[in-house]
Design a protein around this ligand. Structure first.
Ligand SMILES: C[S@@+](CC[C@H](N)C(=O)[O-])C[C@H]1O[C@@H](n2cnc3c(N)ncnc32)[C@H](O)[C@@H]1O
Length: 282
């Protein structure tokens, strides 16, 4: 199975990315690590999501943004989540049903160019998805038209990597083929600096663009916990690129690199920088 996946990924299609997330959907954000939910709540605060608003959550995944957004907009508002992973959509739809939420829905849709009516949302939120798009600026442009004039968008991306974890990232690099080098670059190019990303957002038509970066300590019980967690989201790609017969050696190499980073209680802590960008449709 892994070989087939890698071949598809070398061709790099958005569908392959969606299939990657299909394989994470089961344990995504559910392994006892304070991660996507923490950043989602801060995004909602910064975007100022208010009762009665119509919200679009682009790349909704398992609902880290979607569910708190639904609570904030209340019965008088609405939240639509879109994602290209059918497993994410199916599981999140089930959660919506189980929670009996009438103001939330999800739809299988490509974030590169969502097929939604113009100006249908007061707020567009996109947490950790824009860098998966083949053409992020074109994606941002298509998101701009979905926001009502006077409305806003809130986008989260990653800031600089934790330098203490550089050796762990290096372990995976030899297995990443050139055609997938972009997956290592979600913090470079367009995304490298606050200023550069701000300009990209402006070039897509948004105005009043502001970004803030915050660093969060993300705690893992031990190095093995980080490994298990890293299979449960986009990082899984790097594990899947490792040939089957090298997996154990790579796992051991990661454990060896993380050992010196252990805290007195055995845990390891990643300093995660997150960038929140808020933009407006004039
Ligand atoms: C890192 S996850 C973030 C999920 C969620 N926003 C959160 O904060 O937990 C990225 C999500 O974007 C979705 N995604 C990736 N490429 C996409 C595309 N072209 N269109 C729609 N969704 C996409 C993935 O399936 C995945 O659910």
């Amino acid at each position: 199975m892994r070989r087939v996946i890698v071949l598809r990924m070398s061709a790099y299609t958005r569908q392959a990315m969606a299939l990657l997330f299909d394989r994470t959907a089961n344990t995504y954000d559910a392994l006892g690590v304070d991660f996507f939910g923490v950043f989602a709540r801060e995004l909602l605060d910064r975007a100022g999501v208010a009762p009665g608003e119509r919200v679009l959550d682009v790349g909704c995944g398992r609902g880290a943004v979607l569910f708190p957004a639904a609570a904030r907009v209340g019965a008088g508002g609405s939240v639509l989540g879109i994602d290209l992973s059918s497993a994410m959509i199916e599981r999140t739809a089930k959660d919506i049903e189980d929670r009996g939420l009438a103001n939330v829905s999800v739809s299988l849709m490509d974030a590169q160019e969502p097929t939604l009516p113009d100006a249908g949302f007061d707020v567009l939120l996109a947490s950790f998805v824009v860098f998966f798009l083949p053409d992020p600026v074109a994606g941002l442009r298509s998101w701009h038209r979905l926001v009502t004039p006077g409305g806003r968008a809130g986008v989260t991306t990653f800031g600089a990597d934790d330098p203490r974890w550089a050796a762990v990232r290096e372990v995976f690099k030899p297995f990443v083929p050139p055609e997938l080098a972009w997956t290592l670059a979600v913090r470079s190019g367009l995304f490298a600096t606050v200023e550069g990303f701000g300009q990209a957002v402006e070039s897509a038509g948004f105005t009043g663009v502001t970004s803030v970066e915050r660093v969060y300590p993300v705690k893992f019980a031990d190095p093995g916990h980080w490994i298990t967690w890293s299979w449960s989201h986009g990082q899984r790609l790097f594990w899947e690129l490792v040939p089957e017969d090298r997996l154990d050696a790579v796992r051991q190499a990661v454990l060896a690199e993380l050992e010196p980073l252990r805290e007195p209680d055995g845990s390891v802590v990643l300093a995660q920088t997150v960038r929140y960008t808020i933009a407006h449709r004039g």
